[in-house]
Structure formats: structure tokens, C-alpha cells
Design a protein around this ligand. Sequence first.
Ligand SMILES: Nc1ncnc2c1ncn2[C@@H]1O[C@H](COP(=O)(O)OP(=O)(O)OP(=O)(O)O)[C@@H](O)[C@H]1O
Length: 383
Amino acid sequence: MLKTENLSVGYDNYVVVEGINLEIKNREILCIIGPNGAGKSTLLKTIATYLKPKRGIVYLNGRNIHRLSPREIAREMSVVLTERVNPGNLTGYDIVAIGRHPYTDIFGRLSKRDKEIIEYAAASVNATHLLSKNFFEMSDGERQKIMIARALAQEPRVLILDEPTSFLDAKHKIELTILLRKLATENNLAIVVTLHDIELALRVADKIALIKNGRIIAYGHPEDVMKREVVNNLYDLESANYSEVLGYFELKSCGKRDCKVFLICGGGTGVNVMRFLVKNEYSVTVGVLHKNDIDYTVAETMELKIVEEEPYNPISQKSYERALEEIRSSDVVIYTDFPIGEMNKLNKELVEESIKLGKYVVKYDGNVEKLKERLNEYHNYSN
Ligand SMILES: Nc1ncnc2c1ncn2[C@@H]1O[C@H](COP(=O)(O)OP(=O)(O)OP(=O)(O)O)[C@@H](O)[C@H]1O
């Protein structure tokens, strides 16, 4: 449907991104990801013919898009940019109806079918209630929905969207990304979209292109592309790490606080405790964790110290001893309500041993406020 060949994009006297070779077929979503100012919008504007390429060609169905007439393009492709539009005193309906212009007569008269499509487009982004509202009275999120409905009313085969989720709340962000997936799969659309939400991109995109420093640094299936080093490098991350298993970031432990905590958990019961402790700059060691435990993944992403065990092996005496050694040098031991089985029963002994050693032992029962109170008690007591 859409292909760029050795494309360079930019403005009057400078190139922003060069050597862009991307291809998107119908039923596919291509997500463009990159830090602020990387050139994502510039690329989309060039594909959408609002800007001329500095070099190279954009093909739409095998034809150079920059040689097609605006009407020819409008019947194939619709574009939603982030720029604020000021359409004057128009209603949501009027705006969505603009999407029908490539199909109406010179007087812009709407047929019965046009009207049905307008209503269908609004309904598909949950914006029916906005059709009678004045555009200038809408919230940013409502405007965004109407602009997307306008693009859908155009019945495009290619849809270009620049940051379509930027003003939407969590529910509508998810709904919109699901809608994009549906439009691609069920309506055979080819969709090019820029998103800052990499977790959503990972979940809906068929292809992903990462832009940094004026070039595409990675391009392919998100599952192949979104590796820790690649994403960390994309955003020059220093205080967080991306995890491909979690599909998101975790803060890195800095351990600035002069309090060493040993956490005994497993099966995901430790995730919230780790997030709380890392946010509050505790120095944390976790164990004994099997390497296939989700708590291990989170701890490893946070770069916590881990006493680890191989998957599906019972905790060995060696790991147990290592954990005990860590506990001896810890100020506080926290344990969660972790499930106990043959593989991790020595973790229960670690809790008992911590009590015998006279450590300040706290049970986390799922309530962070209570955990915080117990830790404050410890701090007041130890001061
Ligand atoms: N109209 C313009 N004229 C000249 N330079 C521009 C223009 N618009 C953007 N730029 C510059 O081009 C570069 C890329 O901008 P662009 O808007 O494409 O980035 P982006 O990746 O979409 O960023 P963001 O994530 O912040 O939206 C930036 O350095 C920006 O300052």
C-alpha cells in the first residue's frame, strides 16, 4: 500500500531523518516511535504530502504520492495530525462531514449514504454524543475523537495518525488502539501511527520503526525490535530499564537510603513491594527467587541484588545459605504471602530464621500503607 524508498525528510535547509525505507501493507499497523524532536511528525507530514521529500520517494499503491492530485490522495489516504485546528463555529457533525468531501459534488451535498457513514464513523470512536456539540466547546480528547472520526468518514485505505492518543485518558487510549487494530484487521486498512506509549505500540503494531539521531535505528516486528538495550538506547535511559517481558519500564534501584532490606517473595507477590522500596530508595536484596518467577523479572529490571535459583529446581542449600548471609547483614526483612511448594519451601525457613536472628521482620499483606507504617516504626526506633 505504502512504501518509502531511501526517503530523507526535513525542512528548508536541513534534513531531519534520512535513509528511510519502510513498507506497509493493508491490514498492518506501523508504529513510529522515538524521543521528542526525533522527526516522527516530519516523516508523517512528508508521507501525507504536506512536506516535499528532501530525497527519495513515497509510493502509494506503486505510484509516487507527490505526483498524485489531492483528490486522488484523499480517496485513498486520510491524515490526523496533532496541530490545533481552529475551524470556527462548526459542530462535531460538520467536521466529520468534511471527511466526505472527496466523494461529494461541487456543492458538497451529502447523500443518505454519506450521512450514514458520518454517523458510523462517529459511533466507532464513541463520539456520537459530540456530533451536535460545537468544536470549540470540546475538550482536547473530544476534539481528537472527532478528528479521527473525520478521517474514518473519508473511508481511506491508508490512515496516518500523529499521536492520536496524546489527549486521551487511559480507557480511551486503550479503546482507540483496539479500534486501530480492528480497522486494520477487519476493514483492511494500512495504518501508520506515531505513539509515545510504547506499551500500547508493542501490543497493537505489526511493525515498529524506531527513530533517533536522524535515522531509523531499528525496524521490524515489535517483538523482535523492542529489546532492552535498543529501547534504553532510544531514550538514553539512565534511571530506568525497559523490560521486554513486562513491555514497560521499571525504575532502577539507587539504594541511597541507609537501610538494607531483604525481601522474601515469589509468584508476583513482591512486585508492589519492590516498586515501593525502589521509589523510596531502599537498598534491596530479593531471594530466593527462581529465574522464571515474575518477581525475578521485575527485580532484575530494577537491578536489585538477587539470590537466585534455576527454574523448576528446589532451592539449593547453597542459595539458602547465601540468602541467610544477606539477611544477617540486612536491617529489615520483609516477606509476602507467597505460595509455598516443594520448590521454594526453604523460603519459609528463611522467614523463621530471620525472626530467630532478631531481625525486624515485616509481613506484607498487600497493603502498602501498613508496610510504610511498619518501616517508619523501624526508622523511629533505630534513630
Ligand atoms: N516547521 C518546521 N520548520 C523547521 N523545523 C521544524 C519544523 N517543525 C519541526 N521542526 C524541527 O524538526 C525536528 C523534528 O521535529 P518533529 O516535530 O518531526 O519531531 P517529533 O519526533 O514528532 O517530536 P515530538 O515527539 O516532540 O512530537 C525538530 O528539531 C523540530 O524542531
